[in-house]
Structures are given as structure tokens and as C-alpha cells.
Design a protein around this ligand. Structure first.
Ligand code: NDP
Length: 332
């Protein structure tokens, strides 16, 4: 039977993704409720309280959020801030005894990812990374093909995740390498995770080449990379914040399957060489992700996308930068 209780969630960091995408998605969830906010911007508070009926007692700042420990209405803190701040906020949430949902990319380094995993274990809270595609039904159907292998051995893989954006102001965190700006952190993790999740194979090496674009002086605007997969196949990958490529294709000995486009919020279509066409999921991806993660808490089950998943991708991101800077393949 479905649990009757709902998980209370506090969104931490009220920027674009929280405001425009996550908060409105709660109305499509069954197992969680937006109960609180944690913000560094007092001016944002009144409109959030009005729009989502958030009580005064459930509003926190980054400075007083340790006291969220005493708030029984909040079970989860969902960290939705610049990448370089994920570790800091996740540790604060875990120390307050709250489950942690953390947006992708998980953190800046493998060491930071390990710190987050250790802190959540120590505080006995669950940690889920916000890889919404692993909850998306068509993506899951393609991973099922990857697991059952009906078309024979994989011969070629391509994964390209990008969007045609424009350079932002130079003080915006997405334009700063030390904050996690640039294509590899922002979008590259979709290509990396897509390859790993759909094929079930763990890359053994990465070779990367950064393409510079005017306006993106300090971060990678586009990065092309190959992932060496076990059995000798190379995945041909690319990621960009200036080019709108977006697809994942697995070519096997006797056929192929693909996601095209592979990671928009809606409209992900799956196809295979046998004529299979899975039309786009009509539900809300973020609501599905939050419900899956809420059920893991309510039923005390393993989460679908644990910290280890984020860590493996960040390991490849780190190695891709070393490769691009040294012009050599880097063994994982
Ligand atoms: P924004 O820049 O729009 O918002 C980030 C918010 O983080 C700010 O508004 C601020 O909120 C808070 N914040 C805390 N510390 C800082 C700091 N030092 N500098 C700047 N802001 C800070 O970013 P997004 O919402 O687009 O992205 C946030 C996270 O969500 C990223 O990790 C990103 O990768 C992820 N994301 C995931 C998506 C997905 O599809 N899964 C899609 C888009 C983003 P406040 O004023 O309340 O303190």
C-alpha cells in the first residue's frame, strides 16, 4: 500500500531551477510536499511564503539552518545551488539530521563527493543526486535494452548533451571554473551518466579536447571527449553550453537504440532499429524524481541514484580536464 505520510522538503537555494522548475513540480507529486525554504536572499522570502504557503517557522537562512534539526515538518533538504557550494550545504543538512537531495553535478571533485557520502552515512540520512534522467521512463527503457542486450555486442556509442546558450556576465557562477561553470560540469555529466547508465559499462579512460568560444574565456564552452569502454569500444561524446546537440545512440552488432533528444525536461523520445518508438513521457520528470526519492525515505529503501553515481561521473570530469590540459588519454 502507498504510504499515507508525505515527505516534507525544504528547497535550499532559490535560483532558476528551484523557482521555475522544482517548486512548481511539487503539485504533481504524490509523496512529498514543499514545506520550507533556505535562502541567502531575504527579498525572495515573501513571494515564496505567499505562493507556497510556507510558514514563518519553516523559513531559514544559510546562517541559521542548523536549527532545522528541530523541525519535524522537514525531512529533506534539497541543495539547488552553484556546484562549488553543494558540499558545504549538503554537510550542513546532514549534520542537522535531514536527508539530502543534491543537484547535479554532485560536487567539484571526487574528494568532495566522498566527503558528502561519508557525512550522510555518519548522520544516518539518505543521499540522492538529482539525475532526473535515471527516473525518466524512456531512459529507463533504453537502460533495460542495455542490460538485456537484444541486439548483440555494442559496437559504437555516441552521447552529446548541450544547449545553445549565450555567455553570461563574467561574475555569474556559471562563467567561473572554480564555481563549477562550463560545459563539462553542467552538461557533460548528462553525456557521461547517460553512457554509463544506459550501457551499464564503466569507462576505463577518457580523452578530451576543449573548444574555446569567444565570451567563454575561463570555462569550457564545448568539450569533445571519448570514453574507453570495456571490450574496446569507445564512446564518442560531446558537451556544450553554446551548441544544441542532444542525443544518445547505442549501435550494436544487430541493431541500435537511441534517445533523441536525450535530456530535455520533456520530449525525450526513445527509438530502436526494430521500429520501436516510445513517445515522450507525459508526466513531470522532476515530480517523478522527487516521488521516487521520497518513497525511498518513506519505505526505507535504497535510493535510485546514490552519491556513488555522482562521484563516478565527477571522477571522469576531473580526468577529462587533466586529459584536455595534457593532450593525453587519462586512465580512470
Ligand atoms: P542559479 O544561479 O539560478 O541559482 C542558484 C541559487 O543558489 C542562487 O539564486 C542562490 O539562491 C543560491 N546560492 C547560494 N550560494 C550561492 C553563491 N555563492 N553564488 C550564487 N548563488 C548562490 O542556478 P540554477 O538554479 O540554474 O542551478 C542551481 C543548481 O541546479 C546547479 O547545481 C545546477 O547544475 C542545477 N540544475 C539542474 C538542472 C536539472 O535539470 N537537473 C537544471 C538547472 C540547474 P538564494 O538567493 O536563495 O540564496
Amino acid at each position: 500500500a502507498a504510504p499515507s505520510k508525505k515527505v516534507g522538503v525544504a528547497l535550499l537555494g532559490l535560483g532558476y531551477y528551484s523557482t521555475d522548475v522544482l517548486a512548481p513540480a511539487f503539485k504533481f507529486t504524490k509523496h512529498c510536499k514543499l514545506k520550507g525554504i533556505v535562502t541567502g536572499s531575504p527579498s525572495k522570502i515573501p513571494s515564496w511564503q505567499t505562493r507556497y504557503g510556507i510558514s514563518d517557522g519553516n523559513v531559514y537562512t544559510y546562517d541559521n539552518m542548523h536549527s532545522i534539526a528541530n523541525n519535524d515538518e522537514i525531512d529533506v533538504v534539497y541543495v539547488v545551488t552553484p556546484t562549488a557550494t553543494h558540499l558545504k550545504f549538503a554537510l550542513m543538512a546532514a549534520a542537522a539530521g535531514k536527508h539530502v537531495w543534491c543537484e547535479k553535478p554532485m560536487a567539484m571533485t571526487v574528494k568532495e563527493c566522498q566527503g558528502m557520502i561519508t557525512a550522510c552515512k555518519k548522520n544516518n540520512v539518505k543521499l540522492s543526486i538529482g539525475y532526473r534522467m535515471q527516473h525518466e521512463p524512456n531512459t529507463r527503457a533504453m537502460a533495460e535494452l542495455g542490460a538485456t542486450n537484444p541486439f548483440g555486442n555494442i559496437q559504437a556509442v555516441s552521447a552529446f548533451a548541450g544547449y545553445a546558450g549565450r555567455a553570461g556576465p563574467s561574475d555569474y557562477w556559471r562563467m567561473k571554473p572554480e564555481m563549477g561553470g562550463g560545459a563539462l560540469y553542467d552538461m557533460g555529466v548528462y553525456a557521461i551518466n547517460g553512457v554509463r547508465y544506459v550501457t551499464g559499462l564503466e569507462p576505463t579512460a577518457v580523452k578530451a579536447r576543449i573548444e574555446h568560444t569567444a565570451g567563454f574565456d575561463h570555462v569550457d564552452a564545448t568539450t569533445y571527449f571519448t570514453l574507453q569502454l570495456p571490450s574496446g569500444v569507445e564512446a564518442d561524446c560531446g558537451t556544450s553550453v553554446v551548441k544544441g546537440f542532444n542525443h544518445l545512440k547505442i549501435q550494436c552488432k544487430n541493431g541500435w537504440y537511441e534517445l533523441n533528444p536525450m535530456q530535455p525536461y520533456s520530449g525525450v523520445v526513445a527509438k530502436s532499429s526494430t521500429g520501436l518508438v516510445l513517445p515522450a513521457f507525459e508526466g513531470n520528470q522532476q515530480a517523478k524524481q522527487m516521488d521516487d526519492d521520497a518513497l525511498a525515505i518513506l519505505l526505507d529503501k535504497a535510493v535510485m541514484v546514490p552519491g556513488e553515481e555522482g562521484l563516478k561521473d565527477i571522477n571522469i570530469v576531473e580526468k577529462a580536464f587533466i586529459s584536455a590540459n595534457s593532450n593525453q588519454a587519462f586512465v580512470n
